[in-house]
Design a protein around this ligand. Structure first.
Ligand code: SF4
Length: 342
């Protein structure tokens, strides 16, 4: 699973900028370690920007070294295991899950095609690990966005066991082409028994006005579903309410790429930003940046991004992100009401 919001939320709240208001964890984006364990992936999702070939994998030893460095700087925080597809480097994933110190919250994002009994048992043995699996909705849309790779059946086969994990989240990615069906896809996922969601509109893609309007409408329907469920006392979770970053849809923090270089965010994974790698790298595991240099590079990232993608795509991204922000802002009152009753 590409490191996107599979976990991200950014600028004004829904994606959550520092300006917005929301629950407490939302300010922790600067305390995240993102390990790009590999760029390899066996899928080719239509919305995926990650450059997948010709890069090394991060070794288990280097993954643990990065965690040591992160802990020495921050004391702890969130460690997100991304790819490519992280389960293609099982030794590195397992090393992190088994050895991360208690101050580090491990998040594993996967496309689900390599799930196995082994992973389910390991996650049961480490209940503090959050597993995020991509499932975009009905089989036609889910497999269609994967250009025909039939992972819907694979993921749903494991669903009964995944649902028993204490921290299992589904990322529903919404491409411009599926925006009009996003609410129907969400309802399909709910009908499968899923209760914990991360919604991810396709980022750095050209959204048309009609697609953005469909996205807003779908989010309205999804928001109404959450409000009704919460009013009935149902425990539904939306991760977007709790995460923010300063760059739309990308993870910001201490990013260690699969080649051991360090960046202030994972924009560098996208092919469109390949030419910026030298300019945006701020060190390596052998020569890590100072906290000041990391903060400076993080602050400079939005301008670098805007210059690289161009005004049209940037505006399109902002508008898609704004739709997600509006969803979050609509839901905060109902969320706090539900929490007050709990
Ligand atoms: S699963 Fe899809 S989105 Fe994730 S890295 Fe592979 S191709 Fe990209």
């Amino acid at each position: 699973m590409a490191p996107t919001a599979a976990t991200v939320r950014t600028v004004p709240t829904g994606s959550g900028s520092p300006r917005g208001g929301g629950p407490g964890r939302a300010t922790r984006w600067s305390d995240s370690l993102i390990l790009v364990l590999t760029r390899r992936c066996d899928l080719r999702c239509a919305y995926c920007p990650t450059v997948k070939d010709g890069e090394p994998d991060l070794s288990p030893a280097d993954a643990l070294r990065a965690i040591d460095l992160f802990v020495s700087r921050h004391g702890g925080g969130d460690c997100k295991l991304f790819g490519g597809e992280p389960l293609l480097v099982p030794a590195a994933v397992e090393a992190v899950i088994r050895n991360a110190p208690p101050t580090v919250n491990v998040y594993l994002s996967t496309n689900g095609s390599h799930l196995s009994r082994h992973w389910i048992e390991l996650l049961h043995a480490h209940p503090s690990v959050t597993l995020t699996v991509s499932l975009d909705g009905e089989p036609g849309d889910h497999d269609g966005l994967r250009r025909g790779a039939r992972t819907y059946d694979t993921v749903t086969r494991w669903l009964p066991e995944l649902l028993r994990l204490p921290r299992f989240v589904v990322t529903q990615t919404i491409a411009p082409s599926t925006a009009a069906r996003a609410a129907a896809n969400f309802r399909h996922l709910r009908a499968l028994g899923i209760r914990r969601f991360n919604l991810l509109p396709g980022y750095y893609l050209p959204w048309t006005e009609a697609q953005l309007s469909a996205l807003h409408q779908s989010f309205d329907e999804i928001a109404a579903h959450f409000e009704t469920a919460w009013s009935l006392g149902e425990r539904l979770y939306l991760r977007n309410l709790f995460v923010r970053a300063p760059t739309p849809f990308y993870n910001t923090g201490f990013v260690v790429d699969s080649d051991r270089r360090i960046y202030p965010n994972n924009l560098v994974l996208a092919g469109a930003f390949d030419s910026l790698r030298a300019a945006t790298s701020i060190g390596s595991l052998d020569a890590p940046p100072t906290p000041e240099r990391l903060a400076e590079a993080t602050a400079a990232a939005p301008a670098v991004l805007e210059a690289a993608v161009g005004a049209r795509i940037m505006e399109s991204t902002r508008l898609a992100d704004a739709a997600l922000t509006a969803l979050c802002n609509r839901l905060y009152p109902a969320y706090f009401k539900m929490r007050a009753r709990a």
